[in-house]
Write a protein that binds this ligand. Structure first.
Ligand SMILES: [Zn+2]
Ligand SMILES: [Zn+2]
Length: 331
């Protein structure tokens, strides 16, 4: 089968690999579409600590089950699935505490195990979630980032009635705009450098949109979410919280980035700072929200490009020239 292989940081090529054979408990998924995201860029640049090389990237995978190993009850051959990339050990302390996304020995499809930028991918059956019939593969490609966003909102004390400010109107920020609205936020304001992205945020329910220099001295948001990973945005956002407010770090910042923080302000304003890493039991909810139309993929997922254009697709993500970029072997 054809696969995108990152041989080492900055070295990416299309290679011919053996077709995967399912072991006990595994399935082989024929890939329909795979999303490309900022994490793939970090891996390609060699600044994602947990990545292993060589690796087939792609952790936002949709496709159809074409083979099953022994002992697999669900999914069935022919069913369309999305893949939860997380492969926790289920025996370490964090797994046993019910926090498998923080597993000490965590593997992940497309990060440490071969992923979906290929004709086929081998995954454990338990990592598959069947896609409802009414959800297109294009929409289902958002199940993984949406599951990340739902986990993020699970980590904050509450959203309903709160004034929310989101930094970054990329795919994750745009999903967060929609989820905050669904959860009953009083208002959902959005900051982005790019006027086109601000316009999309507004169409998807943002109350007010701002360029980074438009915010003035305002500091009365109850929940500030960073979905940009940009240290300047994070520093700015930490200063925009209302007393008693919560800052949620959802974006992936560079591993060596640091931002100034005023301990006095954390004390005097009783601020809460929360991190959120990938997903935790949130795939089924993500698929339900896509099925009900509560969350839309429209305006977010771009026209798919062929697998062979992977390097170009990464450059598109890097250049912020598109929202959710997807590649597909059959495109
Ligand atoms: Zn991703
Ligand atoms: Zn573990």
């Amino acid at each position: 089968m054809r696969a995108v292989v990152i041989e080492a940081p900055t070295v990416v090529q299309i290679a011919e690999l053996p077709d995967p054979e399912p072991g006990a408990g595994d399935v082989v998924v024929e890939v329909a579409l795979t999303g490309v995201c900022g994490t793939d860029i970090h891996m390609l640049d060699g600044d994602f600590a947990t990545a292993r090389f060589p690796i087939v990237p792609g952790h936002e995978v949709t496709g159809t089950v074409v083979a099953r190993g022994t002992g697999v009850v669900s999914p069935r051959v022919g069913e369309r699935v999305v893949v939860d990339p997380g492969v926790p050990c289920m025996t370490c302390l964090l797994c046993r505490r019910g926090r498998p996304n923080l597993c000490e020995h965590r593997n992940a499809v497309g990060i440490t195990l071969n992923g979906g930028a290929a004709d086929r991918v081998l995954v454990a059956a338990r990592n598959c979630h069947v896609i409802p019939d009414s959800v297109s593969s294009t929409a289902a490609v958002l199940a993984e980032p949406l599951a990340c966003v739902l986990h993020a909102f699970d980590m904050v004390p509450r959203t309903s009635g709160r004034r929310v400010l989101i930094y970054g109107a990329g795919p994750v920020g745009l999903l967060a705009v929609q989820v905050a609205g669904y959860l009953g936020a009083h208002s959902v304001d959005t900051v982005d450098l790019d006027a086109d992205r601000r316009a999309v945020a507004q169409k998807l329910g943002a109350s007010k949109v701002f360029g980074p220099s438009d915010l003035g001295e305002e500091d009365d948001w109850d929940l500030v979410i960073d979905a940009s990973g940009a240290p300047t945005a994070i520093e700015d956002g930490l200063g925009r919280l209302q007393r008693g407010g919560t800052f949620l770090q959802l974006g992936v910042a560079p591993g060596d980035a640091v931002v100034p923080l005023s301990p006095y302000q954390v004390f005097a304003r009783e601020l809460t700072i929360v991190g959120s890493m990938t997903t935790r039991h949130t795939f089924p909810g993500a698929l339900r929200l896509l099925e009900s139309g509560t969350i839309t993929s429209e305006l977010i997922v771009e026209e798919p490009v062929p697998l062979s254009h992977y390097a170009k697709a990464v450059d598109t993500v890097r250049g912020r020239n598109a929202l959710k970029v997807v590649v597909g072997p059959g495109v």
